[in-house]
Design a protein around this ligand. Structure first.
Ligand code: URA
Length: 202
């Protein structure tokens, strides 16, 4: 069993939060274990809960369009969320749920060591860089200790607010350059330091 598959089984059995009682499926994430880019959204919604896969609803279709605009398919990247269980009625995740789920995200990062981490929306951004506003941070690299962490608006926000669409479409176009930079500096080879956000715990 690959480390990711093993992790998925553990996530499916996780009942740290009350919301686990109401889910149809946990939604650990999907994509190749050696993906260079990891997209991190907020939490599964209705469709994701039914299918056990991230970003399969409208936001997912838009994410796929954004990927296509830079020549990528969803099969080439890794997609996950800050929390792996759908909050009832799609409410926002509670701080305790984010905290309880964090070890799963940390383990994904540790296994995969992506070169570029793309945070989608403010929840995902704040999982890496607290107290930064998404309206200021989007389209920028918010941290590059160990991996490039790049902030974008959430695709659902851009779908609902036409004014954000151009911004998210401009922001996604910077990803190929970031990836090229990450490859050139061989960031995947770095030795993790304790102060480096604990992204890749050894
Ligand atoms: N929104 C998210 O943040 N994640 C999903 O998986 C779907 C919608």
């Amino acid at each position: 069993m690959s480390p990711l598959t093993e992790l998925y089984a553990q996530i499916a059995n996780c009942h740290r939060c009350e919301i686990a009682r109401y889910r149809t499926n946990a939604v650990p994430g999907e994509g190749p274990e050696d993906a260079e880019i990891m997209f991190i959204g907020e939490a599964p919604g209705y469709n994701e809960d039914l299918q056990g896969r991230p970003f399969v609803g409208q936001a997912g279709m838009y994410l796929e369009k954004l990927l296509a605009s830079i020549g990528l398919t969803r099969q080439q990247v890794y997609i996950t969320n800050v929390i792996k269980t759908r909050p009832p009625n799609n409410r926002e995740p509670l701080p305790i749920e984010v905290q309880n789920c964090r070890p799963w995200l940390d383990r994904q990062l540790e296994i995969m060591r992506p070169k570029v981490i793309v945070t989608l929306g403010r929840y995902s951004l704040s999982a890496f860089v607290p107290n930064k506003s998404i309206s200021k941070a989007h389209g920028t690299v918010v941290n590059q200790d160990g991996a490039i962490i790049y902030a974008m608006y959430h695709p659902a926000a851009a779908l609902h607010q036409a004014s954000l669409r151009k911004e998210i479409e401009d922001d996604v176009r910077k990803i190929p350059t970031l990836l090229a930079e990450a490859r050139a500096t061989a960031r995947a080879q770095f030795e993790p330091q304790p102060q480096q956000l604990n992204l890749f715990k050894e």
